[in-house]
Design a protein around this ligand. Structure first.
Ligand code: SF4
Length: 708
């Protein structure tokens, strides 16, 4: 045996970019812990980091391609797999047109350097417009707001959490998630620092989340009513004549238009609908305005709902009109070393709604269509019907609305390929599965999450273990399919270009290139390099044609009547009287960490939280087995009676429902849980952005068996 060695790398499981110290001997990982010398995470890591080892060592993960046959899954060589795939894809596109082939991209693509770089040429080589991804079950409202207000969908303002005096968190649980669209390892430590320096943290959420328990104040709000709260807060700011553009004077269009738009949404007018009193709304707005610095951060509950677009627009608007934008302690733009907007010229916003889905006419944006429409685009006959699909690192059967119906749609495809290391609930429908490599076998550089980071840092991690000769990385798989599918031959030297070559070039051409930043410099600094806190940079970064913020893009003012309509509707649906919301767990991340034994061991966390008064009314005891139903379907789940959840609201975790027939995920089988997306409904979307409304699903509850 060789000596014990130490490897430093960023964890690529979630957005937080925690630096890890990994002790290993030969090909065996001995320990994983936080890297104290990482300038950003400073030794912090969450329990999920150990899953990097579990995925690497997992006996159930695939390492070479398999093909579905009449006699079950059979091993197939890479060459035969690529030959069959390109032949089938070309034949289907030849018969039905280029767009008959669709692509679904899962969230792990954003955590993989090679995939982040090669997906664009991969899409180009396929020639199809039909791209779908997990972004439209998650953060699309953020990108749309940034596109229209700041000129680029990837120009995302993030909370300056390390310097703010007042942090308002709406619909987010960053203590558990460690931030999302806000890369911030050790959020709990950062929130406690706000409190230690005399600041305040307020959480608005239908559930008393872990973050709410850490906060100074928690306000329960009815699901999907966050936009009304934000409108009322903005109303109060104008009414109190507290508008303060700070550094942004003469850089913001339409402040008067915003004042007139919010005039109807006084705290008194919305209080009844949102479940927060007018006095509390006014006090919250006043405190926000009077804080030395403040920032509003709204996330999953405010993004994945029917008014997600309005929520993200109004969150930005509140920060802007209170002088808390592009300034210390407010919402600020990161300046990443690999600048995704390096070649983005002013006035070149992404075309929004340049195309629409065939069936429901939902908008195309950022190069993709809403995934809530994928099933109907496969199942509805006619010109442009999707006949074939390739999924890359995604499990939409568990992560997309009405996932069980998407599974049914997959059975009607002429041909399907999945790039994935598991035979799971989605890939079991594929004809061929092509497995890539796991985190520790890949190079790591967070192109996307440095763009959402609360501090400017930079770090590259080489692979810890070289893949074996029989394996292919995800990036190599994409490159090989691209080379074979492309109408114009790709020069040989570009076909297998290493991600590091592109990374090095981008670092040298990026904002710190002149200061000597390069791949070699990162290799010389394995813990990472601190560039410093976020700096005001609106003038450099903004991409609108005139360099000013558009405070009231027309599509948002046009969407307000849709919100007004909810105020005239009855609060409850008699058939489905409860609102179902999701729940984030420390030990799971989306659908893919449930195959780590260390993360799924213990009590089954996939339970339904029910308020005590609702439980009493329906005769539900703690631990009862319930049937929960929506227009989309029914599942059975165990009840947990708790006043952490608002009356009339129930909550369960997302990302569960493993161990379905035909899958092979042995560890997940020990704790399969049930899928929230057998209840969510493809018809519930934010029609402005096309994002799925995974929160606020109307459901009914029935006791199957009480736990007496
Ligand atoms: S918070 Fe995220 S990045 Fe950090 S260790 Fe946990 S999973 Fe990894």
């Amino acid at each position: 045996m060789s000596e014990v060695k130490t490897h430093y790398r960023n964890c690529n499981i979630c957005e937080a970019m925690c630096g890890l110290e990994i002790k290993y001997q030969d090909k065996q990982i001995l320990s994983i812990k936080g890297d104290k010398e990482d300038p950003f995470s400073k030794g912090y890591n969450c329990p999920k980091a150990t899953a990097l080892q579990d995925f690497y060592e997992d006996g159930e993960r695939l390492k070479t391609p398999i093909k579905r046959t009449e006699n079950g899954w059979q091993a197939i060589s890479w060459e035969d797999a690529f030959n069959e795939i390109t032949e089938k894809f070309k034949a289907i596109q030849g018969e039905h047109g280029k767009h008959a082939l669709a692509v679904y991209l899962g969230n792990p693509n954003a955590h993989n350097l090679g995939n982040s770089l090669f997906l664009k040429p991969f899409m180009k080589s396929l020639g199809t417009i039909n791209r779908f991804s997990s972004a439209s079950t998650d953060q699309m409202p953020h990108h749309v707001a940034s596109n229209f207000m700041f000129g680029a969908g990837m120009l995302i303002p993030v909370p300056d959490i390390d310097r703010t005096d007042f942090m308002l968190i709406i619909g987010g649980n960053p203590v558990v998630s460690n931030g999302s669209m806000m890369t911030a390892p050790n959020v709990i430590g950062r929130l406690k620092s706000i409190q230690k320096r005399g600041g305040k943290v307020v959480v608005v959420d239908p559930r008393r989340t872990h973050t709410a328990k850490v906060a100074d104040q928690h306000l329960f709000i009815r699901p999907e009513k966050d936009a009304l709260l934000l409108l009322a807060m903005i109303h109060r700011v104008f009414q109190q004549k507290a508008v303060n553009l700070g550094n942004l004077k003469a850089k913001v269009h339409d402040v008067d238009t915003l004042e007139s738009l919010v005039s109807a949404y006084s705290p008194r007018a919305v209080a009844e609908f949102i479940g927060i009193s007018a006095d509390e709304i006014s006090a919250l707005a006043d405190e926000f305005c009077h804080a030395k610095s403040a920032v509003c951060y709204s996330r999953m509950g405010a993004s994945t709902q029917t008014f997600g677009g309005l929520c993200q627009w109004l969150t930005n608007a509140l920060n802007i009109i209170t002088g808390n934008f592009d300034s210390e302690g407010g919402a600020m733009f990161p300046q990443p070393a690999f600048d995704l907007l390096r070649n983005h010229k002013r006035g070149h916003q992404s075309s929004f709604g340049q195309h629409h889905t065939r069936v429901r006419k939902l908008p195309f944006f950022n190069g993709e269509f809403p995934v809530a429409t994928l099933a109907e685009e496969i199942q509805t006959p006619g010109e442009g019907q999707i006949k074939s699909l390739i999924t890359v690192a995604g499990n939409p059967v568990l992560s997309s609305p009405s996932g069980h119906k998407l599974a049914e749609a997959f059975t009607g495809l002429e041909y399907m390929v999945s790039v994935d290391i598991y035979l799971n609930e989605t890939t079991k429908y594929a004809n061929i599965i092509l497995p890539g490599t796991t985190g520790v076998e890949n190079p790591q550089y967070d192109i996307f999450f440095n763009s959402f980071s609360v501090r400017n840092t930079v770090k590259y991690s080489p692979p810890l273990f070289e893949k074996t000769a029989e394996q292919r990385s995800d990036a190599e798989i994409l490159q090989t399919i691209s080379a074979r599918m492309s109408d114009t031959p790709i020069p040989a030297h570009l076909q297998n270009i290493a991600p590091e070559v592109i990374l090095d070039m981008e670092l040298k051409k990026g904002p710190y290139g002149e200061q000597g930043l390069s791949l070699q410099k990162l290799l010389d600094n394995p813990h990472g390099i601190d560039i410093g806190p976020l700096m005001p940079c609106l003038d450099e970064r903004i991409k609108t044609a005139d360099g000013k913020i558009d405070l009231v893009p027309k599509l948002y003012s046009d969407d307000l009547p849709r919100l007004d309509a909810v105020m005239s509707k009855p609060a409850r649906d008699n058939d489905y009287p409860f609102d179902l919301i999701g729940r984030r767990l420390v030990k799971s991340h989306n659908t893919w960490t449930q195959n780590s034994a260390r993360l799924v061991k213990g009590k089954n966390p996939c339970t339904l939280e029910v308020h005590p008064e609702d439980a009493q009314q329906l005769g539900i005891t703690n631990g009862a087995l319930l049937k929960i139903s929506s227009v989309s379907g029914s599942i059975e789940i165990t009840a947990v009676v708790t006043d952490d959840i608002q009356k009339g609201v129930v909550s369960m975790p997302q990302g569960w429902g493993h161990n379905q027939k035909g899958t092979k995920m042995s560890v997940a089988a020990t704790q399969p849980g049930v899928s929230i997306n057998d209840l969510t409904d493809t018809n519930r979307v934010d029609t402005l952005t096309g994002n799925a409304a995974l929160n606020g699903t109307p459901v009914s509850l029935h006791v199957i068996e009480n736990n007496n």
